[in-house]
Each structure stands twice: as C-alpha cells, then as structure tokens.
Write a protein that binds this ligand. Structure first.
Ligand SMILES: *Cc1c(COP(=O)(O)O)cnc(C)c1O
Ligand code: SF4
Length: 360
C-alpha cells in the first residue's frame, strides 16, 4: 500500500476488516455493515495492495470496496437483470442460445464486484453444486448434441480445486459434440496466486479452451497476474478479455485505451465491453450508451484493431447480448454512406444485380 503499511495477507470479507486495513473510514462503518449484510464482500490481498486509500476516487477501490449507495435501489433496477433464472433447465445450467450453454458449478468469487449483475446470487457460502447436481448438469450437456460450447461461469470456476476443475473439463472434453470449453473468470487478476501449475494443467484439453478474463482497469494487471496468464497460455488456453464500462473506472478515452492495450500486452484479446446491467444499488456506475459509443469511436483507427471489443448490452428478459457500438455505415439512396475512421467518408453504391440466368 502506498502509505507504507503492509498489505493484508487474507481477503478482507467484512466492513470492520476493511476499516482495520485503512480502506474505509470508521465513520462509514454502520452503513457499510448494513451493505455487507446484504451483499457479499471480498477484497483479495492482491487487489487491496493496489488501492491508494488517500484517493477517494481510486478505480480499484470503486470496484471492490462497498459503498453506502448500494442500499438505494433505483427505479429501473432488476434483481435478475438478464433473466438467467427463466432459462435454467437443470440446476447450474443456463441455456439461451442454441449452440452454447452456461455451466455454473459454484457461486463463489475471489472478489465481489460492487456492480455485479449476479449480486443477488453470488457469495462465499452459496451455490456449490453437489456431486449429484453436477452429474445431472453434465448429463444435460451430454443429452444436448446441438450444444457445441460449454461456458463455465458462476461465481468464478477458477475457485474450484484443480482436481474438480480437471474432472469437469475431462467430462466435457469427452463429449463428441463439445468443440469449445470457455471459462469466465476474474481469478488471474484478482487472486493470481490461485493459478498454479496444477490449475493450468487442469485446463489442458484436446478441445479448444478459451478463458475470458474479466478486468476493468490497467492497474489490475500486476506482475503476479502476468505470470498467471503466462501459465495459462503455456497450457494452450486462448485468452480473451471482457470489461464492464464503469463510471470512475474506465470511462475516459485514456483509461479505456490503457485497459485495452494492457490486456493485449498480456496476450488477452479484448472480446466484450459490457454496458452495465441494472442490478440493484449499482446506478453510480452507469455510463450512458451515447457516451460509450463516443468513447469507442475515439479509439477506432488510432488504436490497434486488435484492441476493439464488441460493445454489448445483455437485454433484460434474456433475449441475448446485442452489439450497441458505433455505426460507421448508414443506408442511403442506392447504396451505403460509410464514414472513415481516419476521416472523410465514402459512398458505396449497390452493385448491379446479376442479369437473369442465361441472358446474353
Ligand atoms: C453471455 C451468455 C453466453 C455467451 O454469449 P457469447 O455472445 O457467445 O459470448 C451464453 N449463454 C448465456 C446464457 C449468456 O448469458
Ligand atoms: S467476479 Fe464476476 S460474478 Fe463474481 S462478483 Fe465479480 S462480476 Fe460478479
């Protein structure tokens, strides 16, 4: 920590521990105890060490340290903003798209993000599938050959022991119709020490394994995170990145560019930039869509195309993730008007339709 005190050696899991570590003022304790009674709290040593307690707008603290505002529910907020619940055929499975489905083996995470869209469900004690429930969930995948991709999420699947994770990957890999196994996780940045050689080995598979890393600020990529990601890529795991567009964290051209460039420098290809889901008590994080589009537009052409994520909104009601990024093409009479990312533009006339077969 910048003030010279030692970082904590265990995750900070309640308001009083956060106060003892100097991350929240004592005066805030009564309100924060109430927040912590409502929503899970965990700040790992790796993330606590990054927080500057003298900066009231610290972008790491904003993501993990609870705030009294979480008890205020705004009018448009929903407990299950993307309707996971309605698409659960068996416990631990969410199936919305024809070719892919989620498997949620547990609901624990290394950290609890204050803007989480599953904040009503995630927590340290909840949601571990029993052996029988996990079997039933895997049986569901085995019985659905149209599902070609299993997406492990939660919670955070990298909170499982390497043995358990290896079992699940082994079972999925053995299903002939499964081509892709994807894991969504925050562990390599939030708790990099968990990414041991054993864990990386558990992710080795004959099938294509993609790991989608959730990170929202360049500072989250520490030396330990770099090492964790290196272990994973050595194990043949392809690395993707996802971020949530967050007020005060990555909502300027500088912070967003730094995040995307830092991901790439760690071999992580930016995949999604998510518009915030309106979960209860998260309104302070919302960036209007118009601002998100303008931010992305400011990067196009100036920053390597590898950095470009799909800016997307997960529709409330479970109709899927829709791309909402800036448009460069618009329909005009007889063709399309296309704006150039480097300036200027172009009118692309429609090609003449081919003549009738056999003509001429
Ligand atoms: C987000 C999500 C997916 C994955 O969607 P992609 O666009 O392929 O990343 C799959 N199933 C559910 C239920 C989801 O919420
Ligand atoms: S790690 Fe993911 S699931 Fe867990 S609290 Fe953060 S956003 Fe929610």
């Amino acid at each position: 920590m910048p003030d010279g005190s030692l970082p904590p050696s265990r995750p900070l899991r309640d308001a009083d521990s956060l106060a003892e570590a100097g991350l929240v003022p004592a005066a805030a304790l009564p309100a924060l105890r109430a927040v912590a009674a409502r929503y899970a709290v965990s700040v790992t040593p790796a993330m606590a060490a990054l927080i500057d307690p003298t900066d009231p707008a610290d972008p790491i603290a904003a993501q993990y340290v609870p705030d009294a505002a979480e008890l205020e529910v705004a009018p448009l907020e929903l407990a299950d903003p993307i309707a996971d619940h309605a698409h659960t055929p068996v416990k631990g499975v969410v199936h919305r798209y024809p070719d892919r489905a989620l498997l949620k083996p547990l609901l624990a995470c290394p950290v609890y993000c204050r803007f989480c869209f599953r904040r009503e469900q995630v927590g340290p004690s909840g949601g571990v599938l029993s052996e029988a429930e996990l079997e039933a969930a895997l049986d569901w995948f085995a019985a659905h050959p149209q599902v070609r991709e299993a997406i492990l999420t939660g919670g955070d699947p990298l909170m499982l022991s390497p043995r358990r994770l290896g079992q699940i990957l082994g079972r999925l890999s053995a299903m002939p119709h499964i081509d892709i196994i994807r894991l969504h996780t925050r562990v390599p940045v939030a708790d990099p020490a968990r990414v041991t050689a054993k864990l990386a080995e558990a992710l080795e598979s004959e099938k294509a394994v993609f790991l989608c890393l959730h990170a929202n600020h360049a500072r989250e990529f520490t030396d330990a995170a770099r090492l964790a990601l290196r272990h994973l890529s050595r194990a043949g795991v392809a690395l993707l990145g996802q971020a949530v567009l967050l007020r005060g964290v990555n909502d300027t051209a500088e912070t967003l560019e730094a995040l995307l460039r830092t991901m790439l420098a760690h071999r992580v290809k930016p995949y999604y930039l998510h518009q915030l889901d309106r979960a209860p008590g998260t309104a302070r994080f919302e960036v209007p869509i118009a601002e998100g589009r303008a931010l992305l537009e400011s990067l196009r052409g100036r920053v390597t195309g590898l950095a470009w994520p799909t800016y997307a909104l997960d529709l409330p009601g479970g109709q899927g993730k829709a791309p909402i990024g800036p448009d460069f093409a618009s329909r005009a009479e007889g063709g399309w008007t296309v704006r150039g990312p480097l300036g200027g533009g172009h009118f692309q006339a429609d090609a003449e339709p081919p003549g009738p077969a056999g003509a001429g």
